[in-house]
Ligand binder design. Structure first.
Ligand code: G3P
Ligand code: CA
Length: 377
């Protein structure tokens, strides 16, 4: 009985797999972003390890970036700020309270901006223990005492593994760091990342060896102009937001007045003022050197990563029609990958590179635990 059922089950499975493969293949063939990505040498669809593999390890630290690299992410994503003594570092927040033990080390400086700390002062902080407290199910004793990284150290990680991912570099709060775009150009040039780089061994991620090895990203239009001036040949992505001085919103009602139950519900209702406003931003981005946009998105499984819907089909059409790729942030669940891909996404910023790689049909052969242990975590 059992043996008789096996071929039937296998036949059904083959049909299902074929249907899935055919639909994904035809999606790729019909997708305008695929041709755009090929033209500028950016992988399609792209897996962008947001702050590394930051679901499973403390964001923007060694285990997070090494894990994203070893899982097979196309890019290591990072937020660039500059220390008081002029060193470029990878850190998201403007202050240190969320992701370090600054309250114990420099209690009087908890709300001070990053630009007021020297690298030596930052290196005294523990950038790993907060993760263990926030996410006990994913905690590891080896995360205690992790350090904030310089950009040079992140580049070392990108270069050290068998996979050779690219760098997806954001100028974070660039108005606080005048000249950061030029500093970035100098550092990338010094490290050889603005020129052709060695190929990875066959079967490994090879993005560092392609023209799209570095993608520069920013929310700030003046910074995009400076990135374009300093590195005209490097692909750039304009990150998008509605309201708060960015794209004009259809309403100015704030969170408190809106009566929304949480921030995600509040943002989900926020709309761009008009199609013309959105089109003007797309035109501006294209005219100032962008190769793509990084839109916010409403997520079914997003929590505080769920913002406003900037991946509506008419929006993705406008972007693609202008030759702009679409990399929404920050998406971690298969249901959201699928929905946004169907609307035109060309890849995602994700904290869960393993999940996105699985969705795209190129899963890591090693588990997260195996890779973390292999790197000593
Ligand atoms: O850089 C893309 C995405 O990371 C933007 O959001 O705040 O995580 O930098 P954020
Ligand atoms: Ca970022």
């Amino acid at each position: 009985m059992m043996l008789n059922q096996i071929p039937k089950k296998l036949g059904l499975l083959t049909l299902l797999v074929s249907a899935l493969f055919l639909s994904e293949t035809s999606l790729a063939m019909e997708h305008p972003g695929k041709a755009l990505a090929e033209k500028i040498g950016v992988p399609w669809p792209a897996v962008i390890g947001h702050r590394g593999a930051s679901f499973d390890a403390p964001e923007e630290t060694i285990p997070s970036y090494a894990l994203a690299r070893d899982l097979g992410a196309d890019y290591l994503e990072m937020d660039i700020q500059r220390t008081k003594d002029g060193v470029l570092i990878a850190l998201h927040d403007n202050t240190l309270g969320r992701t370090t033990n600054i309250a114990q080390v420099y209690p009087e400086r908890v709300n001070d901006p990053i630009s007021t700390f020297t690298l030596e002062e930052l290196k005294r902080l523990d950038a790993g223990s907060w993760f263990n407290a926030a996410f006990p199910a994913r905690a590891r004793s080896s995360y205690v005492g992790l350090k904030i990284l310089t950009l040079n150290e992140v580049i070392n990680i990108a270069e050290e593994g068998e996979n050779k991912p690219g760098l997806y570099v954001e100028t974070k709060l660039p108005a606080q760091f005048p000249g950061v775009e030029e500093d970035l150009q100098k550092l990338l040039a010094k490290r050889g990342w603005l020129d052709q780089r060695p190929a990875a061994a066959k079967g490994h991620v090879n993005v560092a060896n392609t023209p799209g090895r570095v993608i520069l990203q920013t929310f700030e239009r003046p910074s995009l102009e400076l990135l374009q001036k300093n590195m005209p040949q490097v692909p750039k992505v304009l990150l998008l937001w509605i309201g708060d001085g960015y794209m004009e919103a259809s309403s100015t009602v704030d969170f408190k007045a809106s009566g929304a139950k949480d921030k995600a519900a509040f943002y989900a209702k926020r709309e761009v003022k008009s199609e013309a406003e959105f089109a003007a931003w797309m035109d501006w981005a294209k005219a100032h050197g962008a190769s793509g946009i990084g839109p916010a998105s409403v997520l079914k499984h997003g929590g505080d990563q769920s913002y406003m819907d900037m991946v509506k089909p008419w929006m993705t059409k406008m972007a693609h029609d202008r030759g702009l790729l679409i990399h929404p942030y920050t998406v971690d669940a298969a249901e959201d990958f699928k929905a946004l891909s169907m609307r035109g996404a060309d890849g995602f910023f994700t904290n869960r590179a393993a999940q996105l790689l699985k969705f795209y049909g190129r899963p890591s052969k090693d588990s997260i635990d195996t890779l973390l242990r292999r790197n000593g975590y």
